[in-house]
Design a protein around this ligand. Structure first.
Ligand code: KIV
Ligand code: NA
Length: 265
């Protein structure tokens, strides 16, 4: 088997085929999603919230990213693995951005990188693409800018919608192979999707994008506390894991585990 390529995703857009993307932060979970046929796995800097215990993506470093992306690559054989460039690893300019992207490709083995921003990240995108590394752009709500944007829906109002379309076209012109749109009105996402020849991946962006992405811990109901309205919980893994842990604890305390079949003589 060979891995999914950015060329496969371009063909899917031509054929009008929709596809799912999930995040992954470890080898074992990634292997489950790979076997389930998810074609693209994102080692997102959402690992800050979902895996490392931070309260935003801002503290995540390229050391964290490289280690977990390498694990996801090792756990998979079919999916295209995309790694996020972390906050502070590309904002200084194209030279720094290329160094970070190259590290993620060489040390972790990812097939593509993602960075936040359209027009503002144009020189970085161009330089990384010219070096032969596919780039995915991330527009709309860009969590690395939480301190300026907060968690509000982006691209509301004519002016903001036009800027979003300009950003998407800038990313495409710079050579990006796909664009993520996070937390934008469905109507704006639909217009961006129609305007671009590269795939548009939505999260909280309505039903009319070429693809969808969800954070895996949200998708299975593992994330604690309040979950955004745009995610769907396909199971309650938090409840199921808690039940398993409580059953195990009860059996250890009560002496029911280990039983004869778990015991060597
Ligand atoms: O880090 C992440 O999980 C992401 C997705 C929400 C697109 O960037
Ligand atoms: Na991210």
């Amino acid at each position: 088997t060979r891995r999914v390529t950015v060329r496969d995703l371009a063909l899917a857009k031509e054929r009008g085929e929709r596809w799912p993307m999930l995040t992954a932060y470890d080898a074992m979970t990634a292997s489950v999603f790979d076997e389930a046929g998810i074609p693209v796995l994102l080692v997102g800097d959402s690992m800050g919230n979902c895996h490392l215990g931070f309260d935003s993506t801002v503290p995540v470093t390229m050391d964290h990213m490289t280690m977990l992306a390498a694990a996801v690559v090792r756990g998979t054989s079919r999916a295209l693995i995309v790694g996020d460039l972390t906050f502070g690893s590309y904002q200084e300019g194209p030279v720094q951005a290329l160094r970070s992207a190259t590290r993620l490709v060489k040390e972790a083995g990812v097939g593509a990188v993602k960075l936040e921003g359209g027009e503002r990240s144009l020189p970085q995108t161009e330089t990384i693409v010219q070096a032969g590394i596919p780039v995915m752009a991330h527009l709309g709500l860009t969590p690395q800018s939480v301190n300026t944007l907060g968690h509000r829906v982006q691209g509301r109002g004519e002016e903001a919608a036009q800027q979003l379309i300009r950003d998407a076209k800038a990313a495409q012109n710079a050579g990006a192979f796909a664009v993520v749109l996070e937390l934008v009105p469905a109507e704006v996402a639909a217009e961006v999707t129609r305007s671009l020849h590269i795939p548009v991946i939505g999260i909280g962006a309505g039903p009319d994008t070429d693809a969808q992405v969800l954070v895996w811990t949200d998708m299975v109901g593992l994330t604690g506390g309040k979950v955004p309205r745009f995610t769907k919980q396909y199971m309650n893994l938090r409840q199921a894991l808690g039940d398993a842990a409580r059953a195990y604890a009860e059996e250890v305390v009560g002496g029911a585990f280990p039983a004869e079949e778990h015991t060597f003589h």
